[in-house]
Design a binder for this molecule. Structure first.
Ligand SMILES: Nc1nc2c(c(=O)[nH]1)N[C@H]1C(S)=C(S)[C@@H](COP(=O)(O)OP(=O)(O)OC[C@H]3O[C@@H](n4cnc5c(N)ncnc54)[C@H](O)[C@@H]3O)O[C@H]1N2
Ligand code: MOO
Length: 343
C-alpha cells in the first residue's frame, strides 16, 4: 500500500491513500453519491472493505483518495459524536435513527407537540464543528417525523466538544425537569360544535364547517361529539353554549359570525355566556378573527369563516396547544404575530 499525504484532523492522524492502492482497506466513513433529480444517499457504508470492483464506482463519485485513520483517543468519529449528542438531547416519545453519513435524526414516536428548547439548540450551535438543526417549538409532529438532527462538520471531532454539548443538554434537563427535544402527547377531548349562520340554519346553503372541524380534531385524536346549528341570534347562541356545558363536553367550538357585519353575533354571544376571553382577535393571517377563552374552565373557540376554507389558520396553531394541556394566556396569542403571516 503506497501512502502519500499525512495530515491531522483533531489529534488524529489521517493518511490519504489512492483508491487504486486501497483494495482491502476498510472505509472510515459513509460515502455519498448524488445523481441530481434521481438519487442522493449512501453508496458505500462506513466499515465496507474496498474491493477491486469498487474502484471505478469510487472514481465515478469523485474519489481519488480515501482516508486511513489513526484515531487519537481524545477524538470521536462523526457517527459516534452525532449519536452521543442525539442521546443527550432525546426525551419522551423520541426514537433515534442510526448514524447515516455522520447524521443522527431524532424522530417522533407519536402524533404530538414538539418540544424543542431554543436555548439548547443555540448553545450547541455556538460551539462550532457540530450542528444541530431542529423544527420549531410547539409544532405538530407525526409518527416517524424528524424533530431534530445532529451532525458533526469535520470527520473527527474533539470529544471535549461533545462533552460540552452533553453538558448544555444536561443542565437544561436539570433546570427544567424535561429533555431539550421531546414530544408531548395530545389529550383526547370531546367537543361540542355550534355552527351559526341563518343561511345554514334555514338550509339555504349546506354546512361546510362541520366536516372540516371534525377532520381537524380527529387527525389529533379528539372528536366532535355533537354538532348543533343556530341562526344569527345572540340568545339562541348563548343557550346552545349552555347546552354544551350541561353535556359536560371538554371543549366548545362556535363557528361563523366572527367578523364585522351586523349579523355577526358570535363574539357577543360568547362574551354574554360569561366567558373569560383571553383574546378576540389573533395576530395571525389567516385566522385573525379567531376568539379564544375559557368558560367555567372549558376552552372555547370562536372560529371565523377562514377555518372552513384555509388549510392552516390560527386554529391549527392553538388547537394542538389546548390538546397538549396548555393553559393559554394573552402572551401566547401575542407571540403568534411574529412569523404569523401565512397568506
Ligand atoms: N370588512 C371586513 N370584512 C371582513 C373582515 C374584516 O375584518 N372586515 N374579516 C374577514 C375575515 S378575516 C374572515 S375569516 C371573514 C369571515 O368571518 P365570519 O366568521 O364572520 O364568517 P361569516 O360572515 O359567518 O361567513 C363568511 C362566509 O362563509 C359562509 N359560511 C359561514 N358558515 C358556513 C358554514 N357552516 N357552511 C358553509 N358556509 C358558511 C357564509 O355564508 C359567508 O359566505 O370575514 C372577512 N371579512
Ligand atoms: O379570521 Mo380571517 O382569518 O384572518 O381569514
Amino acid at each position: 500500500m503506497r501512502e502519500d499525504n499525512v495530515a491531522r484532523i483533531g489529534d488524529s492522524i489521517v493518511r490519504e491513500v489512492k483508491v487504486e492502492d486501497a483494495i482491502g482497506m476498510v472505509l472510515a466513513h459513509d460515502l455519498t453519491q448524488i445523481l441530481p433529480g434521481t438519487f442522493k444517499g449512501r453508496l458505500f457504508r462506513k466499515g465496507h472493505r474496498v474491493s477491486a470492483e469498487d474502484i471505478p464506482k469510487l472514481k465515478d463519485i469523485g474519489k481519488e483518495h480515501l482516508y486511513a485513520i489513526e484515531m487519537a483517543n481524545t477524538d470521536l468519529h462523526e457517527d459516534d459524536a452525532a449519536f452521543r449528542m442525539a442521546i443527550s438531547l432525546a426525551g419522551d416519545n423520541i426514537a433515534l435513527s442510526e448514524p447515516h453519513e455522520g447524521k443522527v435524526s431524532l424522530k417522533s414516536g407519536i402524533t404530538g407537540l414538539a418540544v424543542v428548547a431554543r436555548e439548547v439548540v443555540d448553545g450547541i450551535n455556538r460551539l462550532g464543528d457540530i450542528a444541530l438543526a431542529t423544527v420549531v417549538n410547539d409544532r405538530v409532529v407525526h409518527v416517524g417525523e424528524s424533530l431534530a438532527a445532529t451532525r458533526v462538520i469535520p470527520l473527527l471531532v474533539s470529544e471535549a466538544k461533545v462533552i460540552e454539548a452533553e453538558r448544555i443538554a444536561q443542565s437544561y434537563r436539570e433546570k427544567n425537569g424535561l429533555s431539550p427535544v421531546s414530544v408531548r402527547p395530545f389529550r383526547s377531548l370531546r367537543a361540542g360544535l355550534l355552527t351559526t349562520g341563518t343561511e345554514v340554519f334555514t338550509g339555504r346553503i349546506l354546512d361546510q364547517f362541520g366536516p372540516v372541524v371534525k377532520a381537524k380534531l380527529e387527525a389529533l385524536g379528539s372528536e366532535v361529539a355533537e354538532q348543533r346549528f343556530a341562526p344569527d341570534d345572540r340568545h339562541t347562541i348563548v343557550n346552545e353554549i349552555y347546552y354544551f356545558l350541561d353535556q359536560g363536553y371538554d371543549m366548545i367550538l362556535v363557528s361563523g359570525g366572527m367578523s364585522v357585519d351586523p349579523d355577526d353575533r358570535t363574539p357577543g354571544a360568547i362574551a354574554a355566556a360569561g366567558t373569560d376571553i383571553v383574546s378576540y382577535g389573533t395576530p395571525m393571517l389567516p385566522g385573525s378573527m379567531l376568539l379564544f377563552g375559557y368558560l367555567r374552565g372549558i376552552p372555547i373557540f370562536g372560529l371565523p369563516g377562514c377555518v372552513m376554507h384555509d388549510p392552516y389558520t390560527s386554529f391549527d396553531v392553538l388547537l394542538p396547544r389546548v390538546l397538549a394541556g396548555d393553559n393559554l394566556a394573552k402572551d401566547d396569542i401575542v407571540a403568534l404575530g411574529y412569523g404569523g403571516l401565512h397568506r
